[in-house]
Design a protein around this ligand. Structure first.
Ligand code: SF4
Ligand code: SF4
Length: 200
C-alpha cells in the first residue's frame, strides 16, 4: 500500500465519525443563512401595481393579467421559472413592493401547487370615456404623492387628491367627447382628443 491510499483511508475514517456536511433536507426543515437569496414575494402595502417588475424579469417568471370587467390587475410570480436574480426588487419603483426573501420551495412537477406562486391584486382605474385602462389606483396615488403640489396640474391626480376628502360625484359620459370631460379620470388618448376635437 502506498502513501495516497493511506491518506484516503484516513479521510474515510474521519468522515465516518464526524458530523455530515450536508443537511437532511427535505426530511428535515432547512433554515437558510441570513444572506440566502430566495424567492421574491409581493408586499401589499408597498406594491402599487405599476408592472415594472413584470417588464424587467429576464426569466419571464412574472405574469401580469388585467381584467377590464373586474377592474383589477393580477401580478403573479411563478417560482418554477424564477432564477432569483433580484432584478424585480432592484427595479421596483417603490423599492419595496417586491422583495427577495429566504423562501425556498422544492420544485416537483405539480404546477398547480399554490406554494409555487406568489401573487398580488390591484384595483385598475379605467378611462371614463373609452373604458381603456389608465393605471392602478395605488400607482396614481403614488405618483400624486411624489409630485406634491405639481400634481394639481393634472386632472387625474387632482381627482385622486380630492379622494382624500370625499369621493368625487359620479359622472357619466354623454356619448360625444366634450370639454367637460376634461375634468374626469380619462386616458391620455381621450384627453388629447378633447383638446383637439372639442370646439372651445
Ligand atoms: S428574481 Fe429575477 S427571475 Fe425571479 S421574479 Fe424577480 S426578476 Fe424574475
Ligand atoms: S410597485 Fe414594485 S412590486 Fe409592485 S408592480 Fe411595481 S415594480 Fe412590481
Amino acid at each position: 500500500m502506498y502513501a495516497p491510499k493511506l491518506r484516503e483511508l484516513k479521510e474515510a475514517l474521519r468522515s465516518l465519525f464526524s458530523r455530515p456536511y450536508t443537511t437532511k433536507f427535505p426530511k428535515e426543515k432547512y433554515t437558510p443563512p441570513e444572506e440566502y437569496r430566495g424567492f421574491p414575494e409581493y408586499f401589499e402595502e408597498d406594491c402599487v401595481g405599476c408592472g415594472t417588475c413584470y417588464q424587467v424579469c429576464p426569466a419571464g417568471a412574472i405574469e401580469m393579467e388585467d381584467s377590464l370587467e373586474e377592474k383589477k390587475r393580477v401580478l403573479r410570480i411563478n417560482y418554477a421559472s424564477c432564477i432569483q436574480c433580484g432584478q424585480c426588487e432592484e427595479h421596483c419603483i417603490t423599492g419595496k413592493g417586491i422583495r427577495l426573501t429566504s423562501k425556498y420551495v422544492v420544485l416537483i412537477p405539480d404546477l398547480e401547487k399554490k406554494d409555487y406562486y406568489n401573487s398580488i391584486e390591484k384595483e385598475l382605474v379605467l378611462c371614463e370615456v373609452c373604458g381603456g385602462e389608465i393605471a392602478c389606483r395605488d400607482h396614481l396615488k403614488f405618483v400624486k404623492d411624489r409630485l406634491g403640489a405639481k400634481a394639481y396640474a393634472h386632472p387625474n391626480f387632482l381627482i385622486e387628491a380630492q379622494r382624500n376628502f370625499n369621493e368625487p360625484a359620479e359622472s357619466h359620459y354623454k356619448g360625444k367627447i366634450r370639454r367637460e370631460d376634461y375634468i374626469k379620470e380619462i386616458c391620455p388618448i381621450c384627453r388629447h382628443r378633447i383638446v383637439v376635437e372639442d370646439e372651445f
